[in-house]
Design a protein around this ligand. Sequence first.
Ligand code: LLP
Length: 463
Amino acid sequence: MSRSAHPAGPRHADVLPEGHYSAPADDLNALDPKVWAHTVGRDADGVVTVGGIAVTQLAEEYGTPAYILDEADFRDRARAWRTAFGNDADVFYAGKAFLSRAVVRWLHEEGLNLDVCSGGELVTALSAGMPAERIAFHGNNKSPEEIERAVRAGVGRIVLDSFQEIVRVAHIAQSLGTRQRVQIRITVGVEAHTHEFIATAHEDQKFGIPLAGGQAAEAVRRALQLDGLEVIGIHSHIGSQIFDMSGFEVAAHRVVGLLRDIRDEHGVELPEIDLGGGLGIAYTSDDDPREPHEIAKALTEIVTRECEGARLRTPRISVEPGRAIVGPTAFTLYEVGTVKPLDGLRTYVSVDGGMSDNIRTALYDAEYSVALASRTSDAEPMLVRVVGKHCESGDIVVKDAFLPGDLAPGDLIAVPATGAYCRSMASNYNHVLRPPVVAVRDGAARVIVRRETEDDLLRLDVG
Ligand code: LLP
């Protein structure tokens, strides 16, 4: 990120304020394909289109704010991951990024598996026809009811996260007269975020069982003794929005080291390893994510090399991308309500949604880009902060970005790369209604998650 010293537009101070922003793009009307879904473009009138439909038409039919999801792009990305890893590996889409029944059906059709981390996600997956054996069940505190439901359904694997859970799942499986396939989630002392990773001291977190101090080895020892469990492998997830593969390299080295120790102690070669998700996407033009085939090649090479070194058969690899599949496929469409220039600072643009439909900026200081979507403009760029309608100053959607200086109430603006962790983390703060998810494909749009209504709010409030 560079600090900009770009010439000020008409509503600018001469010196731009502090902030994390790059200079405005040469052409504010251009849509960088890195951050926009595959079928997004502009029509002859300059209106942004997706799947062949103009956003002005989508806004008219479905209202704003709305998450607009490019189904063809979702399927393309899911397929790209599937193809990249081939038949000797499994791709589990991480449902926490965004889950709906339509998405489950697309994943099923494209040959992906699904990672769920609650009873609610499990029920969504099963109700949309995902075969149970293609579901992995995660979570650091699954309730006994959730575990029983997952075992009864016949999920392909439960990822065990603690010593208590090893016993709990074994007991439930045994009492149901079955043997549950499980992986054991370990922490390898690596934490990775965006461009950097740290390879010390990150056992200090709630997930997984630390490799350090022999705890992970002890967990495997106990699990192997329990009749209710079939231990199929080891799981490691090192972080999120990762661009640098070196964190995975260290993780794979340590997981394979554990597999070797297990072989040496128990004479058992566990057949699978799961390296989790966390692969990064472009939120702004400054981000440069890797393609699935590069990631697959790198991970496969790392694991193969490590296993050769340990004289182990290479286990079946699985990965759990969420953001990297759904993130880039959707944008949020908002209508501008007010435009408030603050002299010497920036212009505040208020939209009809906010932190209830995208908490990531407030929660993680996440960076997003934004574009004027209902028209083009040749006006000078102005530095804006896109804010929501909530009663909170931290209600920011896009912290620092440039929009044309003639932006006005009634314009539609779109924030790209909101497919992951926006609808799934949406709230009702201020009793603002959660937006719909509209899927667009080949000139047709349909609602896959409808807009919340005031009736929905009142139905939960039983007086
Ligand atoms: N597998 C496991 C075990 C995970 O815990 C996660 C994410 C994933 C896979 C998927 O990670 P992805 O490929 O989507 O990065 N709310 C945060 C992200 C939390 C991720 C939690 N675990 C955000 O908005 O950035």
